[in-house]
Design a protein around this ligand. Structure first.
Ligand code: FE
Length: 132
């Protein structure tokens, strides 16, 4: 079953999206299509379409990745991540488990937390209903 699921992701995702979402890679800072993107709308999981972030919660951060104050309630899960010699909190899609990015304490964020999310993990849409 798991193999079929991964095969499906291989088909629907680009190799770059797959490496982020399914293999926890991180896109290079300032390389993604959404770090400097501020149109009104919603950001969905690129793997499963789950509604993750509203543009109202996005803010301009100098970090080079799309940054949000908060996620749509219930849309993400948090996993302790001690890889690469760092103590971080990984953010994954609550619907499909795909890797999205990390959440950090950040004074620039209204919530005090910055959701640092890979552009490659997101799909922007003007339609913000929970199901398309
Ligand atoms: Fe998902």
């Amino acid at each position: 079953m798991m193999e079929n699921k991964e095969e499906k992701y291989r088909e629907i995702l680009s190799p770059e999206q797959y490496s982020v979402l399914r293999e926890k890679a991180t896109e290079r800072a300032f390389s993604g299509q959404y770090y400097n993107h501020f149109e009104p709308g919603c950001y969905r999981c690129a793997a499963c379409g789950n509604l993750l972030f509203a543009s109202e919660k996005k803010f301009a951060s100098p970090c080079g990745w799309p940054s949000f104050n908060e996620a749509v309630p219930g849309s993400v899960r948090f996993i302790p991540d001690n890889s690469h010699g760092m103590v971080r909190t990984e953010v994954v899609c609550s619907a499909c488990g795909s890797h999205l990015g990390h959440v950090f304490p950040d004074m620039m964020s209204q919530s005090g937390q910055r959701y640092c999310i890979n552009s490659l993990a997101l799909s922007f849409s003007n339609a913000c209903r929970r199901s398309l």
